[in-house]
Design a protein around this ligand. Structure first.
Ligand code: GTP
Ligand code: MG
Length: 205
């Protein structure tokens, strides 16, 4: 199974994108497993996806990249052994560090077949200013972006050209190697391109 991460700060549009992505993969006859990590006790995102008819494995009450790393590894192992999907798509919490998740999955890949697909981080263009102004926030965002193959500038339908340009410049400074794509899941901008990238990209981890 190929592991794809949809990372990004709280409220950046991960679940909305993931729902559309999973539908697209299913249309292309891909077998997909979804793993969602909610911070709170109540699995909000998992519920949203189950309502949309998807089967979701939800890990809650902490972050899978650190405090719940054991749960993440056990869950990956179980999904690999029991479902063996084409893709395992993970939505970590907004504060997760994608690289930690990749490293944990690498450990699991010694026991069950896992390959590594795209790590996509969403950067919320409607909050660009805030995301790069506060030091702790900037450090977190920048860590997420550094670990990504693709950065999606999300919600471009809801902000002006200047904000998009500003976001792109800030993201490029944080990771000059990442591909940067404008995304509006709501209006379909950039979606096809991202979905194709998910289907095609396999990185050596
Ligand atoms: N304008 C606009 N709003 C969007 C878009 N995608 C998501 N949103 C909105 O942004 C808000 C957060 O979206 P989610 O998909 O829940 O974001 P998330 O990153 O999963 O949030 P958490 O899991 O809480 O971190 C919701 O109100 C969405 O409707 C988009 O393309 N355009
Ligand atoms: Mg979410």
């Amino acid at each position: 199974m190929r592991l794809v991460q949809i990372a990004g700060y709280l409220g950046s549009g991960k679940t909305t994108f993931l729902l559309a992505l999973v539908q697209k993969l299913a249309e292309n006859d891909k077998k997909v497993a979804i793993l969602v990590n909610d911070m709170g006790e109540i699995p909000v995102d998992g519920k949203v996806m189950e309502k949309a008819g998807m089967k979701v494995k939800d890990i809650g009450g902490g972050c899978v990249c650190c405090t719940l790393s054991g749960s993440l590894m056990n869950t990956l192992l179980a999904i690999g052994r029991e479902q063996n999907p084409d893709f395992i798509i993970i939505e970590p919490t907004g504060i997760a560090v994608p690289k930690n998740i990749t490293e944990l999955a690498q450990r699991v890949s010694k026991k069950v077949e896992i390959s590594f697909g795209a790590t996509i981080t969403l950067f919320d263009t409607t909050r660009a200013e805030k995301l790069v102004t506060y030091d702790t926030l900037k450090r977190l965002i920048s860590t997420q972006i550094k670990d990504s193959d693709i950065v999606a500038l999300s919600k471009v339908d809801a902000c002006d050209a200047d904000a998009i340009k500003f976001s792109k410049e800030e993201v490029a400074k944080m990771n000059p190697n990442a591909e940067i794509i404008n995304l509006s899941t709501k209006e379909g901008v950039g979606f096809e391109e991202l979905a194709s990238a998910v289907m095609e990209i396999e990185v050596s981890a």
